[in-house]
Design a protein around this ligand. Structure first.
Ligand code: SAM
Length: 285
């Protein structure tokens, strides 16, 4: 009856649904985006508190079931159902996003939301527990990594509650958690591709030192090419015998980061490092 490929695990505990909606602190003027409303257990609770719900559902059968569920009721006029894959469409305007997410799109959906404009107030999202813990992880935590820093660069992420398998039908194989994502307003003025390029290298082996990770031949070659391209397009000379490795190691040394490991660095460390690399004309994309 339920489609596994679409991550259809229906939330059957009304207390959990209510807890999720309450955490969004909805206002009566709010437009809420719900991703994957399914049979509408969360939707009906959101409709009680919001001005409007725009619900995007990939499964036409479930979209029809939800339409029927609200038909003739007091909230019918407040619900708009968009049928299709949320990843393949532009998102409408929304103040708040609420979703018991299909777990296979956790990462792309998170970043689609984070980069959405105008900024929304918050997103309250159910994820697989491990993914949620990666989002909220801090330096030194075992799950701290690229996902944590990329998400925390743009938002405050907090753990809201743990949700056990038996709150769903059918129960998933993994435990779940609800997180709240509140975008930083204004967002930091960072070129994300540059940022992510640096973070990728730093976390390529997250327990190794930065100096060790930057000594990788393929990485040095890529950064050398970027350096030469940057110099050529900015009318700068590349001196004879130039070695990108020496330049990179000198930036790391000057900041005292040579022996630092990405697993212990916070957002400010990465921002400082990116800025020092840019000052030295070293670019990551
Ligand atoms: N919200 C319901 C609940 O809490 O009971 C259902 C949640 S279920 C975990 C995920 C829902 O997302 C399913 O209804 C599924 O059909 C839908 N879905 C899966 N992939 C989707 C996508 N790419 N775009 C939109 N909806 C999707």
């Amino acid at each position: 009856m339920f489609n596994k490929e679409l991550g259809q695990h229906i939330l059957i505990n009304p207390l959990v649904s209510q807890g999720i909606v309450d955490k969004a602190n909805l206002k009566q003027t709010d437009i809420v985006l719900e991703v994957g409303p399914g049979t509408g257990n969360l939707t009906v609770k959101i409709l009680e508190q919001a001005k409007k719900v725009v619900a995007c559902e990939a499964d036409a059968r479930l979209a029809a079931e939800l339409t029927k569920r609200v038909q003739g009721g007091p909230f019918q006029h407040k619900l708009e159902i968009l049928h299709g894959d949320v990843m393949k469409r532009d998102l409408p305007y929304f103040d708040v996003c609420i979703s018991n997410t299909p777990y296979q799109i956790s990462s792309p959906l998170t970043f689609k939301l984070i980069f959405h404009r105008p900024l929304f107030r918050c997103a309250v999202l159910m994820f697989q527990r491990e993914f949620a813990l990666r989002l909220i992880a801090r330096p030194g935590d075992s799950l701290y990594g690229r996902l944590s820093v990329n998400c925390q660069l743009y938002s405050k992420v907090t753990h809201v509650m743990k949700v056990g398998k038996n709150n769903f039908k059918p129960p998933p194989n993994v435990e779940s958690s609800v997180v709240k994502i509140e975008p930083l307003n204004p967002p930091p003025p960072v070129d994300f591709e540059e940022w992510d390029g640096l973070v990728r290298i730093a976390f390529s082996r997250k327990h190794k030192t930065l100096a060790a990770n930057f000594k990788n031949t393929a990485i040095l070659q890529m950064l050398d090419e970027n350096y030469r391209t940057f110099c050529a397009s900015n009318g700068l000379m590349v001196e004879d015998g130039f070695q990108i490795k020496d330049k990179i190691l000198s930036v790391l040394d000057q900041l005292g980061y040579s022996d630092t490991r990405a697993s212990k660095m916070d957002i400010h460390d990465f921002l400082k490092l990116l800025s020092a690399f840019h000052d030295a004309n070293i670019h990551f994309c």
